[in-house]
Design a binder for this molecule. Structure first.
Ligand SMILES: *[C@@H]1O[C@H](CO)[C@@H](O)[C@H](O)[C@H]1NC(C)=O
Ligand SMILES: *[C@@H]1O[C@H](CO)[C@@H](O)[C@H](O)[C@H]1NC(C)=O
Length: 480
């Protein structure tokens, strides 16, 4: 039988504080700084909104990372904290004790509070605690109070907002002039309602680090302030969009104009590292224009489910901005009708950096795969390759496997079942596959000791699964 440890002094103090709200309010001024995080956390857990409201107004640290504490959005708690912020804003002078400058609603740093209040060991997220406000931080010219910075991530999945988001948006919109609202990650999946658009206009673009727009609606209805320097605080062009590291665009052929808009803005994103283009049909704008306008060196280039022409493919070997790629994804962009030479040249260029290569469903054939092999064998940093969905014969597939002899970092390798496993109508020949699987695996083991290797059929059109050979054959649902 285990004996329960006696409560620590801290526990006792917190209990007293939580039980006597009036006492807590009168003591907040004198409470040691170290007690604030555990008190806030306890009040949060027990939903003591009065205490939360008061603690916010006396918060002795520059940052309050509320988002890290809130695993699921809780409207009541948000309301209490924002009420506290309101009271703080309403005061002419910031209370002596209060150092609050940044309210973080980002849901990252999951374990942060446990570490902060000492229930878990680990490195504390240093910015929150160590940042001592400088004189400039506290005062702006004219003696005005520095606006409170509010950091958020937005993921707008439906046109309307959920209750929590709605409350926050309304709150933020009414206090626009008193806050500095910074959005680090903005994902827009659906056309947002007008009120959201209005609010997005007030976001400070320099702080948008990731922008993901995957919508079928017109980009033109997105506030252009996100892209162009046409608001007051964005006069400095070179700073605009400086922080954006990821752009993800997904468009249909009909929305050519939108693609043109985004691409025309690309030169402004000076620290872009990841560019993902999905279902973009290069007609008026070419891939060449896209790559030519890059101002930074990319880590990720994904051109997936796109219609590529030979001239699009050709430019892959022309621009040094993609010579340091770590991740190349051309999945779903069919290139069976094109000459693969430019892709080979690109592989040569990126051989020292490339870690993942995804060519799923590119429908490449023997001659194209053969063209890539010498270059592929030099990509010694590769950890993942995906060749599913290409039309390769057994002999060329074996050749491909042999060319991976020096790729010792590979931990995941996905190869297609060779085309001998299909009949003339495209039907999958399971017996043939069962026989070839071990043979292919042996070919690989003869050159290297692989980690995870799969050979797989195309996706079955009935059950959307694949027949896979790993150590044994695992059939799709239709065959079982
Ligand atoms: C614009 O921003 C850049 C980069 O931060 C800076 O070097 C430059 O001095 C700024 N220019 C003006 C006019 O503020
Ligand atoms: C590559 O692109 C495909 C198709 O868009 C996607 O399903 C896959 O997750 C991408 N791979 C990576 C590593 O992002």
């Amino acid at each position: 039988m285990s004996i329960q440890a006696p409560p620590t002094l801290l526990d006792v103090v917190l209990q007293i504080l939580l039980r006597n709200e009036a006492l807590t309010f009168s003591f907040l001024e004198y409470l040691p700084k170290e007690l604030f995080p555990p008190l806030f956390k306890k009040a949060f857990t027990s939903k003591q909104t009065n205490i939360l409201r008061a603690v916010v107004q006396a918060w002795p640290f520059p940052c309050l990372p509320l988002g890290s504490l809130m695993k699921t959005p809780d409207l009541e708690i948000l309301q209490a904290v924002l009420d506290g912020v309101d009271m703080l804003i309403a005061q002419k002078e910031k209370p002596r004790r209060c150092k609050l400058q940044v309210l973080e609603l980002l849901n990252k740093h999951r374990n942060f509070w446990n570490i902060w209040v000492g229930t878990t060991k680990g490195n504390c997220y240093p910015r929150v605690i160590s940042k001592t406000p400088t004189v400039e931080d506290r005062a702006v010219p004219g003696g005005k109070k520095q606006p409170l910075k509010v950091l958020v991530d937005f993921c707008l999945k439906c046109p309307d907002l959920d209750e929590y988001q709605k409350y926050f948006f309304q709150w933020a919109e009414q206090r626009k002039s008193l806050l500095q609202l910074c959005c680090q990650k903005l994902q827009i999946w659906e056309k947002p309602v007008c009120s959201v658009l209005r609010l997005l206009k007030s976001l400070e673009p320099g702080y948008i680090q990731e922008l993901e727009v995957s919508t079928l609606w017109r980009l033109r209805s997105l506030p252009l302030t996100l892209f162009t320097p046409d608001t007051e605080y964005m006069r400095n062009r070179s700073r605009t969009n400086e922080g954006v590291e990821l752009i993800e665009c997904m468009y249909t052929a009909l929305e050519e104009r939108i693609v043109t808009t985004v691409i025309s803005q690309l030169p402004k994103f000076s620290s872009l590292q990841h560019l993902c283009l999905k279902e973009v049909h290069f007609f008026k704008v070419s891939l060449d224009q896209v790559l030519r306008s890059l101002r930074s060196s990319l880590e990720t280039l994904a051109i997936t489910h796109c219609h590529l022409s030979q001239s699009d493919l050709n430019c892959l070997s022309k621009y040094p901005s993609i010579y340091q790629l770590k991740h190349l994804n051309l999945s779903g962009s069919k290139i069976f009708h094109l000459c693969a030479r430019p892709l080979k040249v690109l592989l040569e260029r990126v051989s020292a950096t490339l870690q993942t290569l995804e060519l799923d469903d590119c429908r490449m054939e023997d001659s194209q795969i053969k063209a890539l092999l010498p270059a592929l064998s030099q990509c010694s940093q590769l950890t993942k390759v995906n060749f599913y969905g290409n039309y390769i014969s057994t002999s060329v597939l074996k050749n491909l496997l042999q060319h991976t002899a020096s790729l010792s970092q590979l931990s995941l390798e996905l190869y297609p079942a060779p085309f001998e496993c299909y009949d003339v109508m495209g039907g999958f020949l399971v017996e043939r596959f069962t026989q070839l699987g071990p043979e292919l695996m042996d070919t690989l083991w003869a050159v290297r000791k692989p980690k995870i290797v799969c050979f797989a059929s195309n996706v079955c059109l009935k059950c959307y699964e694949r027949c896979v050979y790993i150590q044994d054959v695992c059939l799709c649902s239709c065959w079982q």
